[in-house]
Design a protein around this ligand. Structure first.
Ligand SMILES: NC(=O)NCCC[C@H](N)C(=O)O
Length: 264
């Protein structure tokens, strides 16, 4: 879709992949070999796709010693003027928050933190229409949800914990279309009845959409039938190949943090 001059420019945080990417964690799938060169090209294509859709990207300082740091969404949850620095459930990922905090503080966000014994990964946090659903699975615990609820209540959000047993993060299972319909690949969704409006998609990565503004969405290239389903509902779909990140249980959602209403 052509971007007109009147399209709102929105910002997104991204973080370039670590040279140690291949050492990233895998939990629910078998480890397979990562092609680092290809991963770097795919990351650049992802960033280029955001630019082509009118987004400005801001790079969080690289964390070369953190293999999973490219999955920047897990380190910070942004809601309105509040940025909640997470406390990732996997110890290897805890140092990633340092750079994320610098980035959001520099942008003028009101910075809050998840403190021990709370744990929370940003990939577990699905926000839509004033409600925040948080997956309670391997990475996020009840105390993490309680602290997030407290931080986001000040922004008027209602935060709800939901069960998560089949995939790494809540947003590995479900995301929301621009009209609020929650999309998920049913074999991997614990309880679709949590959402009033749920649409089953035919492919696992069809469950992952990034909202680009208006009727535009970004999704992975390996879910063509889901893309067709979204097009038939009137959405304009951009696709990116993120195969190397999927080998580490990453999705399109976790490679950026979209900053609508950024303070600066
Ligand atoms: N939000 C996300 O879906 N993040 C993906 C994180 C993948 C990484 N290998 C991890 O296990 O933490």
């Amino acid at each position: 879709m052509e971007i007109t001059e009147t399209t709102e420019v929105t910002k997104a945080l991204v973080r370039r992949p670590s040279p140690r990417l291949a050492e990233g964690l895998v939990t629910h799938i078998e480890r397979s070999e990562i092609d680092l060169d290809l991963a770097q090209r795919q990351w650049q294509d992802y960033v280029d796709a955001l630019h082509s859709q009118g987004w400005e990207t801001i790079e969080v300082e690289p964390a070369p010693d953190c293999p999973d740091s490219v999955f920047v969404e897990d380190a910070v949850v942004v809601y309105g003027r509040t940025a909640v620095i997470t406390r990732p459930g996997a110890d290897a990922r805890k140092p990633e928050t340092v750079g994320a905090e610098k980035a959001v503080a520099a942008l003028g966000y009101d910075v809050k933190r998840i403190e021990a014994p709370g744990t929370l990964d940003g990939g577990d946090v699905l926000k839509f229409g004033g409600t925040v659903w948080v997956g309670l699975g391997g990475r996020t615990n009840e105390e993490g949800v309680r602290q997030l609820r407290e931080h986001l209540a000040a922004e008027g959000a209602e935060t709800i914990g939901v069960p998560l047993t089949k995939v790494l993060h809540l947003k590995s299972a479900v995301t929301a279309l621009p009209d609020g319909t929650v999309v998920g690949y049913e074999p991997l969704v614990d309880d679709p009845s949590v959402w009033d409006s749920f649409l089953a998609v035919p492919e696992e990565s069809g469950a992952h959409v990034v909202l680009l503004g208006g009727d535009r969405i970004l999704m992975a290239a390996d879910a063509p039938r889901s893309a067709e389903l979204f097009r038939s509902r009137g959405y304009t779909v951009t696709t990116v190949d993120i195969s190397e990140y999927e080998k580490l249980e990453g999705c399109v959602t976790c490679l950026s943090v979209r900053l609508r209403g950024c303070p600066s």
